[in-house]
Write a protein that binds this ligand. Structure first.
Ligand code: DC
Length: 451
């Protein structure tokens, strides 16, 4: 198969996000890019507008969270229409024109600030994109909805250019507003969208920034398309989307065999189920980051990944010589959890650079009550310095194996899609990047948990 054709097959499975403030050119760029690459265009702003329209119609105050929650429960949004002209139907009705109304524009930011609205929209957006092949535009797509997107674009533009664009867009819909009115609406929404506590408008780490103030539409789409094709080329290199992948580091026989035994033991006795195995297919080394609830997590998770992983283990485990010998056989690396253990982290980075995969439990200690605690900074430090992508994992049920044995509770491991870190960080503010990576992984674990 020709290379370009293969890359197009890959783009068909990719998720591309375009975030940015109102009027930065997202809709135009996203819809044209989707057209060029033959992907589905997802306008998430339209979804928040549709909910706002429903809220206004029912006479609920956009600030009233409980009232809005009641409306949201009854909202049924579905994507309809042809590939070239996708529209959202609200409870079966096309409301494309109504949602561009100024009443909706003025109320959409307060409505989309509510957690109940955002949770429902994120679920829906992920569902629409579950097979990939999507260009999604909005505010939080690269940071919250699709932290695992393959290409993230962040558009910026000066206020004058943004007002002009919005005016033209509204005019084409037969709606006339004065430039001052549009400017005030944009500035107000900017402020609410970027300062809200849940999913504020933020540039995702690694996002490709395009300033659209002084370039043509053609130029901005061409830049995004170039980024997408370069990513497709990279993904092709690691076997993305292939049915069968060879894993970078082969497993020794004893490792493969004992992995199989341990996995089978947990499957048969405790009913272990593993979901999202397709996320393991790429021929690439990863950092696997799992939540931690019990001492049995390392064997359960490591044996479920079906590839060789080096495990970061607390140094206390190495005190017993027999146990130390055994876990070293399984490539454990000792880490001191009470301090920033630079030498352990450097050892891990070295392993990753040698194309080994790592399994770690970045919360540091076990969380007995299943809550997802903040992640320690070590994970981000390793990912950035090794240039390795992260696969988030969520394990449940291992803290009550007796209940799992009698099938009263489920023992489940969910494998998330890789969060792309590699080659994406060029920021000067490392600390901030670490913080953002940690919150992306934590957010993803929450999603895998189903919060
Ligand atoms: O892109 P737009 O102007 O149509 O978006 C309308 C509003 O929806 C915007 O002011 C904030 C909100 N929105 C959001 O909060 N998150 C998104 N992903 C998309 C839009």
């Amino acid at each position: 198969m020709k290379k370009e054709k293969m890359d197009l097959n890959i783009t068909k499975k990719m998720i591309i996000t375009i975030d940015g403030p109102a009027g930065s050119g997202k809709s135009t760029t996203a819809s044209l890019l989707a057209g060029r690459l033959n992907l589905t265009y997802l306008d998430t702003g339209a979804m928040y507008r549709a909910v706002t329209y429903a809220v206004l119609k029912s006479g609920v105050d956009p600030e009233d969270e409980e009232g809005v929650a009641e409306v949201v429960k009854k909202v049924n949004l579905e994507l309809s229409g042809s590939e070239e002209n996708r529209v959202f139907l609200l409870n079966g009705k096309n409301i494309e024109k109504e949602i561009r109304d100024s009443a909706v524009s003025n109320a959409v930011s307060p409505v989309s600030r509510h957690g109940c609205v955002r949770r429902k929209m994120v679920k829906l957006q992920r569902n629409i994109a579950k097979n990939g092949g999507i260009v999604a535009e909005g505010r939080d797509l690269g940071t919250v909805v699709f932290p695992y997107a393959h290409l993230k674009v962040f558009l910026i533009a000066g206020i004058d250019a943004r007002v002009d664009r919005r005016a033209t867009q509204l005019k084409s819909m037969g709606l006339n507003f004065s430039p001052e009115e549009i400017k005030q609406n944009i500035l107000k929404r900017d402020s609410i969208d970027s300062t809200r506590t849940i999913s504020p408008l933020l540039k995702a780490p690694g996002a490709m920034v395009i300033d659209t103030s002084n370039i043509t539409i053609d130029e901005q789409v061409a830049l995004a398309e170039k980024g997408a094709l370069e990513k497709a080329e990279y993904l092709r290199g690691i076997g993305f989307g292939n049915k069968i992948n060879k894993i970078s580091k082969p497993m020794k026989f004893y490792y493969r065999f004992s992995s199989f035994l341990v996995r089978t033991f947990f499957k048969v006795i405790f009913g272990l189920k593993i979901y999202g195995k397709e996320n393991l297919k790429c021929d690439e080394n990863y950092i696997f980051a799992s939540n931690h609830i019990s001492n049995s997590d390392p064997p359960i998770v490591a044996s479920s990944l079906n590839r060789k992983v080096c495990i970061l283990a607390k140094k206390e485990l190495f005190r017993n010589p027999l146990l130390a010998w055994l876990i070293r056989k399984y490539h454990a690396i000792s880490i001191d959890r009470d301090r920033f253990d630079r030498s352990a982290l450097l050892a891990v980075i070295k392993k990753l650079k040698e194309k080994e995969s790592i399994l770690m439990f970045p919360q540091g200690t076990r969380s007995h009550d299943n809550t997802l605690k903040e992640l320690k900074v070590g994970l981000s430090f390793i990912a950035m310095h090794a240039g390795a992508n992260i696969i988030p994992l969520y394990l449940s049920g291992s803290n009550d194996l007796l209940a799992a044995m009698f099938r009263r509770k489920k023992l489940e491991l969910v494998v998330g899609p890789p969060i792309m870190i590699k080659g994406n960080f060029k920021s000067n503010d490392r600390k901030n990047d670490y913080r953002i990576i940690s919150s992306m992984v934590l957010e993803e674990m929450r999603m895998l948990k189903g919060d």
